[in-house]
Ligand binder design. Sequence first.
Ligand SMILES: [Zn+2]
Length: 121
Amino acid sequence: MKCDRCNQEIEPGEEREHLGQNLCEDCCIEILSPMKTCDPWAVHSAKNYEKHAGKNSALTPLQSEILKLLEENGSMEPKQLLTKVGQNLQLKDLEREFATLRHMEKVRGEKREGKAFWRLW
Ligand SMILES: [Zn+2]
């Protein structure tokens, strides 16, 4: 049997039914993922567009700034980055932007000597 969404062969017994479609596990997870259920196609096309356009067109100014600072300075602790961004930003706001960027696979966190650092993907 083939997945109705990505057309990959599904092992017998591995198929998942979702709204009348037979899906492979990956597609099912993707469809059910809470980050995407709000508007899966918008996310999908934004990601594709970005891939083709080859630039950060889908980013907010703050997200672009975060990427720029990480590019210029290398990996940083969240608090360091917060200082550089300025703009009276709260750490929790910065963390929310970071989570969005991580979801786009642009940045990631890493632990060094027991401290959390943020870096480009
Ligand atoms: Zn699939």
